[in-house]
Design a protein around this ligand. Structure first.
Ligand SMILES: Cc1ncc(COP(=O)(O)O)c(C=O)c1O
Length: 446
């Protein structure tokens, strides 16, 4: 394994340029962010088609929890692929999906859980929205400003992260109301949420009770509250610790479900297996995806047993619980347990967090540094007092980092997320953060 990245010429190199041109000509426009063209990857290391070596500090979208191509995950996938690739686990039976469901139910915060398998986070959210309507026979969902839950129409209707994600897709699915998320750095009430976390949580919860449930959204219509325990795409925003328990209390009182979207936060990323554990909150439904199968496409919804549809045909799909994907999930869970990766994310993540928290003091334009475990971010601003996002500076820092061998992704308006695989060591964090700090120095001085 390398110890340092190496990028000798300008990115993209000649081979990469050719692939990018063909990609642009043949593949729909999506969300491309960096001209990184991969040849192979292992652990935290990406090897480009022009001989570059990058450190992957975005885990390929917070997905490769055990690192790229972990040998145990690869072996499990290969062995299962040789047995059978598919057998429609929703209609027929095979053991490895039962094993994953049992393991997931045992790991999940709700005591007696059942699992629905699907292929992505978005699909898990759709399933949760349907389960909530089915179980409560109510039609309204409460979501949050800044939330990201996916891009199919149900999930998109609750998503409220960026204008471009919703523009020209109206009408949304009806029955969604949004409330402010208690963002400690920048919130509707002008509260310094780091200094006064309890006050911020109270304001956010009070808004829901007094402005929404008492006026706009009768609780008898409320099927569920859908919430990210830490907002991901919205900016890696950690709410005050009283917020989720407050939502739990409120949903219980009103007979609504609490759905935790742990698509990004789950599987050890925050230094706990699930981010809801940070505040000892027990949701009714938990949706996971991304890190669960180290890169194989998988989503899962874990829910209290008694919420099960129990009606054949009320919900299903073709590929959910795919045996090869299940093999990857089982191996990933083994690796996370055996290599103590949750503990590593907590310990090395704390070191990472300490390092980036020195940056607002060093750089005028680093307005905030925040996060938990391996879910950390900085936010670049033009003006520290007014907190005006500096999108240009953020994009320049990200671009420069790629030229210097470090891959990071943006989040929120002008944030940079730092979310390495859970295997990342302290030395690797130091190498990567030296690069990122150098990029900040070079971009922000200008
Ligand atoms: C919190 C959260 N929910 C849902 C999704 C959608 O997941 P997917 O892209 O797997 O459909 C994402 C993706 O970034 C996410 O971060």
């Amino acid at each position: 394994m390398p110890t340092k990245p190496s990028v000798k010429s300008h990115v993209p190199g000649p081979k990469a340029k050719e692939v990018i041109a063909r990609d642009t000509a043949s593949i729909a426009t999506t969300t491309k962010t960096a001209p990184v063209v991969l040849d192979r990857a292992q652990g935290i290391w990406l090897h480009g088609v022009d001989g570059e070596t990058w450190m992957d500090f975005c885990s390929a979208g917070a997905v490769v929890s055990t690192g790229h191509t972990h040998p145990k995950v690869v072996k499990a996938v290969q062995e299962q692929a040789a047995k059978f690739l598919h057998f429609m686990g929703t209609d027929f039976y095979y053991e490895n999906q039962v094993q994953v469901a049992e393991r997931l139910a045992a790991l999940a915060p709700m005591k007696k859980g059942k699992v629905f398998f699907c292929n992505s986070g978005t699909e898990g959210i759709e399933a949760a929205l349907k389960l909530a309507r089915w179980g409560t026979r109510r039609g309204q969902v409460l979501g949050f400003h800044g939330a990201f839950h996916g891009r199919t129409l149900g999930a998109l209707s609750v998503t409220a992260s960026k204008r471009v994600q919703r523009e020209r897709y109206f009408p949304m699915v009806p029955g969604v109301v949004h409330a402010p998320y208690p963002n400690p750095y920048r919130n509707t009430w002008g509260i310094d949420g780091y200094a006064e976390p309890a006050e911020l949580a109270n304001r956010a919860l009070d808004y829901i009770e007094s402005q929404l449930l008492d006026a706009l959204l009768p609780p008898s219509e409320l099927a569920a509250v859908l919430v990210e325990p830490i907002q991901g795409e919205g900016g890696y925003i950690v709410p005050p610790k009283d917020f989720l328990p407050g939502l739990r209390k409120l949903t219980k009182e009103h007979g609504a479900l609490l759905i935790a979207d742990e698509v990004q936060t789950g599987n050890g990323r925050t230094g706990k297996y699930w981010a809801v554990e940070l505040t000892k909150t027990e949701p009714d439904v938990l949706v996971t995806a991304k890190g669960i199968a180290s890169g194989m496409p998988m989503g899962a919804m874990v829910f209290r047993k008694e919420l099960d549809w129990g009606a054949n045909g009320a919900h299903s799909n073709t590929y959910g619980g795919n045996p090869v994907v299940m093999a990857a999930a089982l191996a990933s869970m083994d690796v996370i347990r055996d290599e103590k990766l949750v503990e590593n994310a907590a310990k090395v993540g704390e070191h990472l967090g300490k390092r980036i928290r020195t940056w607002p003091g060093k750089f005028d334009q680093v307005g905030d540094a925040r996060g938990v475990g391996f879910m950390q971010a900085i936010e670049l601003v033009k003006d520290k007092r007014a907190k005006v996002p500096d999108v240009k500076a953020r994009d320049e820092v990200e671009e420069l980092a790629v030229q210097r061998g470090l891959l990071v992704l943006g989040c929120g308006r002008s944030g940079i997320r730092i979310a390495p695989p859970l295997i990342t060591t302290k030395a690797e964090v130091d190498t990567a953060m030296d690069i990122l700090e150098g990029c900040l120095r070079d971009v922000l001085k200008g």
